[in-house]
Design a protein around this ligand. Structure first.
Ligand SMILES: CC(C)(COP(=O)(O)OP(=O)(O)OC[C@H]1O[C@@H](n2cnc3c(N)ncnc32)[C@H](O)[C@@H]1OP(=O)(O)O)[C@@H](O)C(=O)NCCC(=O)NCCS
Length: 151
């Protein structure tokens, strides 16, 4: 099955739809609150993937600085289950990386739960390398891998 997906920057008006994807993808305590999503859609870099009917997925990234060097941080990347394994997450991630590169970022970092097989495989396939582990990074006690991709 091929799917038609359009991509555009996220806006504050996407909050309800983005929150619906968040609720479909994560259970508490891992789920971002609607208030946090509202702030991120307002302040951070975001992209949404649109099918004809709904928002199929989204990515949110922030611009960070360390030792005078700019880098991007992927806060979250989510795709509704009905649209998975069609390259939607890969497209969102690569487009976000293009935007971050244009903002002067030299690399992109992210945390991913060590038991998230799909996400770990996705990031590895996009060139991310694990540079460390953060024990009990998530509120449910799960460890995270810190992954980095040089742009
Ligand atoms: C992880 C997630 C974003 C992947 O979205 P997706 O649109 O299905 O990913 P893509 O189709 O772009 O996959 C690209 C590559 O990632 C890898 N991959 C993705 N899902 C995978 C899975 N379930 N098992 C193994 N590899 C997988 C594959 O290498 C895949 O390429 P291929 O399909 O050609 O084999 C999606 O499963 C999701 O939203 N999960 C819940 C939210 C989440 O955990 N987000 C990550 C937060 S860090």
């Amino acid at each position: 099955m091929s799917i038609e997906i359009q991509y555009r920057p996220g806006t504050p008006g996407d909050l309800s739809a983005v929150n619906a994807v968040e609720e479909a993808c994560f259970q508490p305590p891992l789920r971002f609150s609607k208030g946090l999503l509202r702030r991120m859609l307002r302040d951070d870099l975001s992209l949404v993937a649109l099918s004809s009917k709904e928002i199929a997925g989204f990515v949110i990234a922030s611009l960070e600085t360390e030792n005078s060097q700019r880098f991007g941080y992927i806060a979250t990347l989510e795709v509704l289950s009905a649209y998975r394994r069609h390259g939607v997450a890969r497209h969102l991630l690569m487009t976000a990386e293009d935007l971050l590169r244009n903002e002067g970022c030299r690399y992109v970092a992210l945390h991913v739960a060590m038991n998230n097989v799909a996400a770990m495989a996705l990031y590895a396939s996009c060139g991310y390398e694990s540079v460390g582990t953060v024990e009990k990074f998530y509120p449910n006690g799960t460890d995270a891998a810190l992954m980095v991709h040089l742009l």
